[in-house]
Ligand binder design. Structure first.
Ligand code: UDP
Ligand code: MG
Length: 323
């Protein structure tokens, strides 16, 4: 038997919390009855600075049910920060940690399968969605493009796996030793190593409420993933530079030949086009470098990735360990 914690990041999730609690406690209870996990196993809701009743609900459910606990962050730190906070709190005292979204899009029935793979010796078990029917075609298309691009950049990702996965205590510890401020979990977890496995599941519609990942956040997330893992974009600038120099040499020769032939090159259009084209290219290149400089800027400050305001998980485990 081992102690399992299920970490659930929540941002304004009051509409789904009741149902999520019900389904997760049922799953945990079944596993306890099957004598696979200990009775001290926990669901850990992480309130990521919600502005609705999310925390008061978590607090209420925690006082009613021994299996439920929560961690409250001091403000909104974003999905990745919330996940990290939950894993940090839970991994101290659990043998395995599962992370799952609050909105029941990830199939809770995959949890027992993950547990079985863990018992068989896998330290990281990815939840992989075998369909994306419930996502809009736009989200599906952009996601596919993103995974392709990352693959092309040489970043190893497990395609169609989100932040639904199981990690052993040891894998969590390795994960937490990556101190990057802009942590892109999906990219880091495959770098942890150890024996890994996959569990397939069908991704469902959000149970209630709306997505907390609007387009703007999605773009930032993707850009973060790319610039945290690869400097290929900077190298591409060099290639582009050589290409443009080549064109300019060609134009120079062309102009000289025209001059020798006595044809005066009319200057205005060609000059304007090259000024604007080159100006644009240079600005794009500077902005790519700027992305990386910005990344360095935010990394060197070593700001905390999350701040915990209250930790009911640790409160409960301390009490239980004393008994
Ligand atoms: N989430 C969070 N902090 C945020 C945004 C989202 O903790 O700033 C949580 C959210 O409550 C949910 C999970 O991250 O449990 C995934 O978010 P969502 O379901 O809105 O994303 P989508 O499934 O639409 O990509
Ligand atoms: Mg969702």
């Amino acid at each position: 038997m081992f102690k399992l914690s299920i970490v659930v990041p929540c941002y304004n999730e009051q509409e789904v919390l009741h149902e999520t609690t019900k389904e997760l406690t049922q799953i945990v209870n079944n596993l306890i009855n099957e004598k696979k996990i200990t009775a001290t196993s926990k669901v850990v809701f992480v309130d990521d600075g919600s502005r609705d009743k999310t925390w008061s609900l978590i607090d209420e459910y925690s006082s009613e049910n021994d299996l439920i606990s929560g961690v409250k962050l001091s403000r909104n730190f974003g999905h990745q920060g919330a996940l990290l906070a939950g894993v940090t709190a839970a991994s101290k005292d659990s043998d395995a940690v599962i992370t799952i979204d609050a909105d029941l899009q990830d199939d809770v029935n995959a949890i027992p399968k993950m547990v079985d793979k863990f018992i068989e010796g896998s330290e990281v078990v990815y939840g992989v969605r075998n369909n994306r029917d419930t996502d809009s075609s736009f989200k599906r298309g952009t996601a596919e493009l993103f995974y392709k691009f990352m693959g092309w950049l040489g970043v190893k990702l497990v395609p169609d796996s989100a932040d639904f996965r199981l990690m052993s205590k040891r894998a969590c510890e390795v994960l937490l030793s990556y101190k990057e401020t802009n942590l892109f979990l999906r990219g880091i977890v495959p770098m942890v190593g150890f024996k890994s496995d996959k569990v397939y599941y069908a991704r469902k519609e959000r149970f209630a409420g709306e997505s907390k990942y609007p387009l703007k956040k999605m773009i930032k997330f993707a850009a973060d993933g790319i610039t945290s893992f690869s400097i290929v974009p900077i190298k591409m600038i060099m290639g582009l530079g050589f290409f443009i120099v080549l064109i300019s040499i060609f134009l120079l020769i062309y102009t000289i030949v025209q001059k020798i032939n006595g044809q005066v090159v009319s200057g205005w259009p060609s000059m304007m086009i090259s000024i604007w084209a080159l100006g644009g290219v240079q600005l794009i290149c500077i902005s790519v470098i700027g992305e990386y400089v910005g990344k360095i800027f935010s990394e060197v400050k070593h700001r905390p990735r999350f701040t915990i305001e209250r930790d009911i998980y640790t409160e409960k485990t301390l009490k239980e360990n004393k008994r």
